[in-house]
Design a protein around this ligand. Sequence first.
Ligand SMILES: O=C[C@H](O)[C@H](O)[C@H](O)COP(=O)(O)O
Length: 223
Amino acid sequence: MTQDEMKLAVAQAAVTYIQPKLSRDSIVGVGTGSTANFFIDELAKIKHLFEAAVASSEATAERLRGHGIEVYDMNSVDQMEVYVDGADEFDSRLNLIKGGGGALTREKIVADVAKEFVCIVDETKKVDLLGEFPLPVEVIPMARSQVARRLVQLDCMPVYREGFVTDNGNIILDLHGLEIEQPEALETDINNIVGVVTNGLFARRGANVVLMATPDGVQTLTR
Ligand SMILES: O=C[C@H](O)[C@H](O)[C@H](O)COP(=O)(O)O
């Protein structure tokens, strides 16, 4: 089974999982990335079952609209049934690293509103300890050097993601070589640096459920 076949399988499983939770006035939060793209394409098949979506990136908004799914502005939404998104890594407690595609801040905002965060991954994303995947940090551009110095003081190794600008007009520093023993504490410490918008650790608001594709089928993992 190819990785794309696993992404399709987990996207289909996500639609099956959320369908009973939806009603005609439901809002669905939609994440960003290649797995989320498979989900969007599957979600379009049940678009008559919910009211609208909220997107975690411009790319996702465009893909949703391409399928004729209405996309609401985040500021007009105060409740959301479910948020579905991929991840770059996850651990057994369903803490995540996200933001490989740079959409971490909007993803975290949309996830915060949702009653339930359903994370869709293939088995290659499972780790014992988070940090093998470089942890993305979104930073206000004029604070780049100072934030980098503060991150070094936290024993992090920041690498500037050259030529990349987020949907919010900011830059990304990727933190390499981490072995994250205490994800919640690190999430807080990094977010407390002046000039950081947010970081890609989803520990204070991890996933409620992870749907993980394997060659033998999709597994449902809960906390
Ligand atoms: O910014 C990107 C998002 O956090 C994605 O959810 C993450 O990078 C996983 O993407 P993919 O499904 O393409 O591996």
